[in-house]
Design a binder for this molecule. Structure first.
Ligand SMILES: CC(C)(COP(=O)(O)OP(=O)(O)OC[C@H]1O[C@@H](n2cnc3c(N)ncnc32)[C@H](O)[C@@H]1OP(=O)(O)O)[C@@H](O)C(=O)NCCC(=O)NCCS
Length: 163
């Protein structure tokens, strides 16, 4: 007989969550993005969690936390009405629909804020996930994080449109 997986939950971000979210961010980059980014790029990206601005950004944006049996396992944030700023899932639970739960919720919240479309600067790792949800590539970007250049792709989805 198969084991039933615990059902994930969602809750809003609290300031005390910052250290745990920084740990999820770091583990996710370290273990999930190695096929798409060099070790130096991953290192520079992970170091963003050591900056005080990391927690400030989570608090300033609308940040949602996905939990499994009460413990945070992933998070996502919405900037303004129409831009997904962060989406990170712990590697131990990747492929279990956690990002889907988070982005489903952000798309509803964006619609509630009056957005007609939603954009994201998707990492090369996340591009396939967003493409599957109906987001289309708009432009390729090069950004610098801690003196390393990283590429990402601005993707956009019209809300309410069939996927
Ligand atoms: C991208 C990421 C958020 C996906 O999280 P996840 O919880 O594993 O995603 P889900 O389980 O909800 O996946 C939903 C679907 O997308 C697919 N998918 C997930 N990641 C994918 C990828 N990299 N490429 C193609 N498809 C992908 C899954 O196979 C699944 O398909 P299914 O419904 O047919 O089974 C996670 O891999 C991650 O944190 N990556 C590293 C950090 C990162 O790059 N963040 C994005 C910054 S913009």
């Amino acid at each position: 007989m198969g084991q039933t997986l615990p059902k994930p939950g969602l809750r809003p971000f609290l300031p005390d969550d910052v250290p745990l979210l920084a740990a999820i961010f770091t583990a996710s980059i370290e273990q999930l993005t190695g096929d798409d980014y060099s070790e130096a790029q991953q290192q520079a990206w992970m170091e963003a969690a050591e900056d005080e601005a990391f927690g400030k950004r989570l608090a300033a944006d609308l940040t949602l936390i996905a939990t499994l049996e009460g413990s945070p396992v992933g998070f996502a944030s919405l900037r303004g009405a129409d831009h997904i700023r962060m989406l990170y899932v712990h590697p131990a639970v990747s492929g279990q629909g956690i990002a889907t739960l988070l982005v489903d919720a952000l798309e509803k919240l964006a619609g509630g804020r009056g957005a007609t479309s939603l954009s994201v600067d998707a990492s090369d790792t996340a591009q396939g996930f967003f493409a599957k949800r109906g987001y289309t590539a708009q432009q390729r970007n090069s950004i610098t994080i801690n003196d390393e250049w990283l590429a990402n792709t601005t993707m956009k989805k019209t809300l309410g449109a069939p996927q």
